[in-house]
Ligand binder design. Structure first.
Ligand SMILES: *Cc1c(COP(=O)(O)O)cnc(C)c1O
Length: 398
């Protein structure tokens, strides 16, 4: 069978979100291999850090081996101690909650708001006002008796959290803000890039993110001392590079030059990737907006979203099937979709952590379905996804 025949007869598979490698990746990686600079020191690491810092508008950036490692180190440099509590979005990938546990602290899970599905500032205020009390100038959770010292908002799906009220509360209650911007590089809140809205912020360059290094992360901050400490902790906390003297426990969390080379090439295309994601989102929006039982992903007036993972809500009663049934139906046609994460307050591994009513996150989890939205998704394949959803809707409704 010829290649072209094979392509014609092969069933289409439309992935949810595949990496887009089409820039200078090969060239820069080859440079690493040709020069022998393959490990955690090299010019691409510096270039990658500079390019992310510049793109976000932050003073310092420190590359890490993953977004999860970035969160771990960010919590350490922010001074979060064992048995303290950190407010975390419950509707999120699990990494930030796990990172809170790595430093021996506890997450307190905060519900999502219904409009943009981000950490709900009102629920943050409720917890701080009613669930906490001051003692000797320190804030404590009334129920657990533990000190509350930080807040970790997660900008999910490419859309920012509404940060002004959260920043006001953080100031009032003396909380550090650790931003998890892993899913939202390129997004803006009131014209300010995510990654500039906290005391220290984290990005991920995992394969499913908007831009990727295969695996990797970045810590971003304006605080020079914290940036230096982050670099120190990610490089095994080596005090003397000749004698190998250490005075504290460090980590091997550095990104390699090869990965950074891919990252530099990817960063060159970030702006165009964001434009493409926004185009994919508006195409879905136009095609699906009047389908009964479908709620579209929205963008707040104060936000510029990257629409990293384009997601809809499916109301089973009105649409005629629930989100999981629709997922299976589309899967049978080679179209990959996925529900959102199990809300973290329901996760077995975090069952010891406090959480108030998180019913919005639970409803969103029931109804949400992310649709194929790779940067490389062609118009014709997106049309196929749209046609398939419309067809399912037609057959279900009579
Ligand atoms: C992807 C992601 C991370 C970090 O993931 P890594 O795979 O460790 O790079 C952290 N938080 C959120 C919300 C994420 O989506």
């Amino acid at each position: 069978m010829s290649v072209s025949q094979k392509a014609i007869s092969a069933p289409v598979f439309i992935p949810l979100s595949a990496p887009e490698i089409r820039g200078n990746e090969w060239k820069y990686v080859k440079e690493c291999l040709d020069t022998g600079w393959v490990s955690t020191v090299g010019s691409f690491v510096d270039r990658f850090e500079n390019s992310v810092a510049k793109s976000v508008g932050a003073k310092h950036a420190v590359a890490t081996s993953s977004g999860t490692a970035a969160l771990h180190i960010a919590l350490l440099v922010a001074g979060i101690q064992p048995d303290e509590e950190v407010l975390v979005s419950t509707l999120s990938f699990i990494a930030p909650a796990n990172a809170v546990r790595y430093v021996g602290a506890w997450p307190v899970f905060i519900d999502a708001e219904a409009d943009y599905w981000q950490m709900d500032p009102q629920k943050v205020a409720d917890f701080l006002e009613r669930g906490c009390q001051w003692r000797n100038g320190r804030l404590y959770n009334r129920e657990t008796g533990r000190r509350v010292t930080a807040i970790l908002p997660v900008h999910v799906l490419g859309h920012p959290v509404e940060m002004d009220p959260i920043r006001d509360l953080a100031r009032q209650y003396e909380l550090a803000i650790i931003e998890d911007a892993s899913e939202s590089l390129g997004a803006k809140y009131n014209g300010v890039h995510v990654g500039r809205l906290g005391d220290v912020s984290c990005f991920s360059f995992n394969g499913n993110k908007l831009i990727t290094t295969g695996g990797g992360g970045m810590i971003v901050t304006d605080n020079q001392r914290w940036a230096e400490r982050a670099k120190h902790l990610t490089t095994q906390a080596k005090d003397d590079p000749v004698e190998y003297v250490h005075t504290e426990i460090g980590y091997n969390y550095r990104l390699t030059n090869i990965q950074a080379a891919i990252g530099v090439a990817q960063m060159e295309l970030l702006a165009s990737y964001v434009d493409t994601k926004r185009l994919i989102a508006s195409t879905y929006g136009r095609a699906l907006h009047d389908l009964p039982g479908i709620t579209l992903m929205r963008e707040a007036e104060w936000a510029r979203s990257t629409f990293w993972l384009y997601t809809i809500l499916v109301d089973a009663g009105k649409f005629g099937m629930n989100s999981r049934q629709l997922m299976r139906e589309l899967a049978s046609q080679g179209i990959q979709t996925r529900p959102l994460w199990q809300p973290l307050h329901l996760s077995k591994v975090h069952s010891g952590a406090p959480a108030a009513n998180c019913s919005t996150a639970e409803r969103l989890n029931q109804n949400a379905l992310s649709l194929p939205c790779s940067v490389g998704l062609s118009q014709s394949l997106q049309q196929k996804v749209i046609e398939s959803i419309l067809a399912v809707c037609r057959t279900r409704r009579h």
